[in-house]
Design a protein around this ligand. Structure first.
Ligand code: 4AD
Length: 448
């Protein structure tokens, strides 16, 4: 509200964040998403009964406050304490009362000064997620999440990518058999898609040229960690390549710089709100993004004295973390690409290095030492693809339609999958993926 609106009658709708009655007056804090506004109510402008009634409003109730915008006066009135104007209130109307629910652990949701809920156990927060999501920090986190999707879309559309939607009910595993949610599909065995992998590749062979998808991904992994969910949102892209899989890395470089710049420039307020409750160091990133090969990464770990590193295996979570620290010390960046992974560490559809069969044309990308992306050039030769599937223990008949897609002239291509919740968790350095999933699904949680 500004001085231009003086004498206008306005109505504000919000939640009672807090109310404190003191005999003839009351302080009421109204909350709208991430903003709060303090009202001082006394019996000069409203009846004594109204002051008493306002004092007893339950926190979280939805109310309408109507009044006239006025220039600030000296004396205490019913006022909205803004810098330029105040609101002389005519009425307070309760739209919906918050019920005093005895089963809700009221004390756990105690508020401290200002606008935050604090000191609440994560499980309690998740059990009462709707209330938890009302906090300013959570409001900001999910605006950042929405922005990540928007910036992902924006950057790829500018490069002529087409948004697609692939089926989530599918006949076989796309990323390996162990971590699949199985189900009955009209009498046929089926599963929930572990990724859009096979279908986005089929879209490329249907001459879509450059595609992306934002959609749910299901993993039946019994991983109770800070970074695994059983359902998450995948940001996937796939594109034809002419010469080399570095073309995919070039697109990802532009995409992520666009995303990080966009968040820092267009979502400053949200970042500040999150920072107020969960302080974090801003993400450091280079332009162009640092690219290291897997053998270079291994050497950095070995030179640092890390034991048990397998040059032809995968990195453990701990080794990834240590490498992230070493990269930060040496190159001053929290965001980097590690490419040319060993064959043993990658899924069957990954293209082996043409000159070195122990390795693949593949990559992972890290934020603050944790993986957010995995991608690669894919095998488009139908013989090699079938051979690799069998070697990796896949039952060919469950993916026959996929294999067939490469029989009728196949385009070289590559792409990647990004975990949305991980990007937001690591950009904001929140430490737990459950904070960036609105209603998280982990091995122990199916509700709310
Ligand atoms: O590494 P993943 O499993 O790779 C794929 O799904 C491939 N089809 C991608 C490709 O195009 N080659 O998953 C990709 C990303 C990971 O880097 C991680 O960010 C996220 O998805 N992710 C998870 N996020 C939350 N919970 C889980 N259980 C995740 N598993 C993977």
């Amino acid at each position: 509200m500004t001085a231009a609106r003086v004498n206008e009658t306005v109505t504000l709708r919000g939640r009672v964040h807090n109310v404190r009655g003191k005999g003839k007056s009351a302080f009421l804090i109204l909350r709208q998403q991430t903003a709060t506004c303090v009202f001082f109510v006394d019996d000069v402008d409203v009846s004594k009964g109204m002051v008493k009634w306002v004092s007893k409003l339950e926190a979280e109730s939805v109310i309408d406050i109507s009044g006239v915008v006025a220039v600030p006066s000296e004396g205490p009135v019913v006022s909205c304490t803004q810098k330029e104007v105040e609101l002389v209130v005519h009425s307070v109307y309760c739209v919906s009362r918050s019920i005093d629910d005895a089963s809700r652990p009221e004390s756990d949701f105690d508020k401290e000064d200002g606008a935050q809920y604090v000191r609440v156990l994560q499980d309690t927060r998740l059990n009462y997620r709707v209330i938890d999501l009302r906090t300013p920090a959570n409001q900001a986190i999910f605006r950042v999440q929405s922005a990540v999707c928007e910036l992902f879309r924006e950057a790829l559309r500018r490069k002529d990518f087409v948004e697609i939607h692939t089926p989530k009910l599918i006949g076989g595993a796309s990323e390996g058999g162990a971590s699949v949610f199985k189900l009955d599909y009209m009498g046929q065995p089926a599963c929930l898609a572990q990724s859009p992998q096979l279908y986005k590749q089929m879209a490329i062979e249907a001459d879509m040229d450059r595609v992306f998808e934002i959609g749910p991904v299901f993993r039946a992994e019994n991983s109770n960690t800070h970074r695994h969910l059983c359902e998450f949102t995948g940001l996937d892209m796939e594109m034809t390549i002419k010469e080399h899989y570095s073309e995919v890395l070039d697109v990802l470089n532009d995409l992520f710089l666009h995303m990080f710049d966009g968040l820092n420039e267009r979502f400053k307020h949200e970042l500040e709100v999150v920072n107020a409750q969960h302080p974090f160091e801003p993400l450091k990133y280079l332009n162009p993004t640092l690219r290291l090969t897997f053998p270079e990464g291994i050497k950095m770990l070995q030179d640092h004295g890390v034991e048990g590193v397998d040059p032809l295996g995968d990195l453990s979570t701990e080794q990834e973390r240590v490498l992230g620290q070493l990269v930060k010390e040496k190159y001053d960046t929290d965001f980097y690409i590690l490419h040319k992974y060993p064959l043993n560490a990658r899924p069957f559809y990954t293209m082996p290095c043409p000159h070195d069969g122990d390795y693949t044309n593949s990559f992972d990308i890290f934020i603050r030492g944790e993986e957010i992306i995995s991608g690669a050039q894919r095998i488009h030769d139908v013989e090699l693809l079938s051979k690799r599937a069998v070697e990796c223990g896949i039952e060919i008949e469950t993916i026959q339609a996929y294999i067939d897609a490469f029989k009728y002239g196949a385009l070289p291509h590559g792409g990647c999958g990004v975990g949305l919740e991980r990007v937001v968790m690591l950009f904001l350095n929140l430490g737990n993926i459950r904070k960036t999933s609105m209603f998280p699904r982990d091995p122990r949680r199916l509700a709310p």
